[in-house]
Design a protein around this ligand. Structure first.
Ligand code: XUL
Ligand code: CO
Length: 446
């Protein structure tokens, strides 16, 4: 049942999307994503935990600085903003169930319009949350994470938690309080803080240390309130180096890990990492993922990709097997997601205007992640790469190398060892061999 009682069908040309296998030519079918298939003893769907991003899929009309939106949403003609929001919710749940996705994510303002006052905004949100709860109950679709939009309203032009005006910060707090309550009500498994305007354009008018301290205090009070109302999930901070501000405080994974530790927040907060944000920061996605995983702080993933020729957040759907395999290698090696998942923080292109395009984009993203998962599992089971990598460090496994690792050798002892042992041999890094092994395993995927 994809259409709700009394609701119109918003995607009538699309039926239930099913797994048809790699020989299928049906564009509206999965070729690789077979939700029940066991990979390494666990179902694909439980490895991948896919989520649809409400904002890109149901709110983004495709407008850009050069022209208006091109996506004609059928729910836009439903009446006043609240009626439109209700129709949009029906369309969204029709989409989730037809796609067969288990999770979704949203900002407060994605599902309910902002009112003229804090009270009116909360009333609108409560109304839509009660409808979403009904839909979740009847479809089994769950909330991966909730978040607050603290960047669109003009009041946040100088930041939200880092705004130089305390009164703006208090408004941000009202939004986070209401949205934490909504997330608890909907059984959300995580709560995300993306610091959209938490940064600066010029240090001439900015007290950076004070703003960053405010941000830490804001996260701490949000954490405490969430816990006090029964939120048991993970709090996640999502790094991004710039856009909309010139410099954002949550620059990249390393910056956020340092920030969380410096402010004693690393027990409750993990990271939600997005591919296009890592590349905007000048890193590969797997660089940021590995850093967070090594710190025990990899919470969830915003699955998308950027454009190598463009220096902005193009938020395209993933389509690169190497990138998805790299993500899944790190996820598998950390033992899988706990509360996190793969949220498609991605949008169809402005000129992708057929109703089925939203399905095609998600099908492509889910399929390439399924294939990436299979490749990652093969690389791990094959074991050659892990063994070669481990062997590179073997001089630290025993003798003087092990003594150094455990802090038993000082600088003078190290220098004496160098003098005694002479010039060390040249040991190849074998990067091309590693890459060839990955490709040979890719070729063996069946
Ligand atoms: C913006 C972005 C956000 C966050 C949630 O670049 O990624 O959509 O994921 O606020
Ligand atoms: Co994101």
């Amino acid at each position: 049942m994809n259409v709700f009682k009394g609701a119109r069908e918003y995607f009538p040309s699309v039926k239930q999307i099913r797994y048809e296998g790699r020989e299928s030519d049906n564009p509206l079918a999965f070729k690789f994503y077979d939700p029940e298939k066991l990979v390494g003893g666990k179902k694909m769907k439980d490895h991948l935990r896919f989520a649809v991003a409400y904002w890109h899929s149901f709110c983004n009309t495709g407008d850009d600085p050069f022209g208006p939106g091109t996506h004609r949403f059928p729910w836009a003609s439903a009446g006043d903003p609240l009626a439109q929001a209700e129709a949009r919710l029906d369309a969204a749940f029709e989409f989730f169930t037809k796609l067969g996705v288990e999770y979704y994510c949203f900002h407060d303002r994605d599902i309910a319009p902002e009112g003229g006052s804090v009270a009116e905004s909360e009333k609108n949100l409560k109304r839509l949350v009660s409808l979403a709860k009904e839909r979740q109950g009847s479809t089994g679709v769950k909330l991966l994470w909730g978040t607050s939009n603290l960047f669109s309203n003009p009041r946040y032009m100088n930041g939200a938690a880092t705004n130089p005006d305390f009164r703006v910060l208090a408004h941000a707090a009202a939004q986070v309080k209401a949205m934490l309550e909504a997330t608890v009500e909907l059984g959300g498994e995580n709560y995300v803080f993306w610091g959209g305007r938490e940064g600066y354009f010029s240090l001439l008018n900015t007290e950076m240390k004070r703003e960053v301290d405010h941000m830490a205090r804001f996260l701490a009070v949000a954490r405490d309130y969430g816990r006090s109302i029964g939120f048991k999930g993970s709090y996640l901070v999502e790094p991004k180096p710039m856009e909309p501000t010139k410099h954002q405080y949550d620059y990249d994974a390393a910056t956020v890990i340092g920030f969380l530790r410096a402010h004693g927040l690393d027990k409750d907060f993990k990271l939600n990492l997005e591919a296009n944000h890592a590349t905007l920061a000048g890193h590969t996605f797997n660089h940021d993922l590995q850093l967070a995983a090594d710190a025990g702080l990899l919470g969830s993933v915003d699955a998308n990709r950027g454009d190598p020729q463009n220096g902005w957040d193009t938020d395209q759907f993933p389509n690169n097997i190497y990138e998805t395999a790299e993500v899944m290698m790190i996820v598998l090696q950390m033992g899988g997601f706990t509360s996190g998942g793969l949220n498609f923080d991605a949008k169809i292109r402005r000129n992708s205007t057929d109703p089925e395009d939203l399905f095609l984009a998600h099908i492509g993203g889910m399929d390439i992640f399924a294939l990436g998962l299979e490749l990652a599992q093969r690389i791990i089971t094959d074991g050659r790469i892990a063994a070669m990598r481990k062997a590179r460090y073997s001089t630290f496994d025993s003798g003087d190398g092990a003594a150094f690792e455990t802090g038993k050798l000082g600088l003078d002892a190290l220098a004496a060892l160098a003098a005694k042992s002479g010039e060390p041999p040249m040991t190849s890094g074998k990067q091309e061999l590693y890459e060839n092994i990955v490709n040979s395993l890719l070729g063996r995927l069946r």
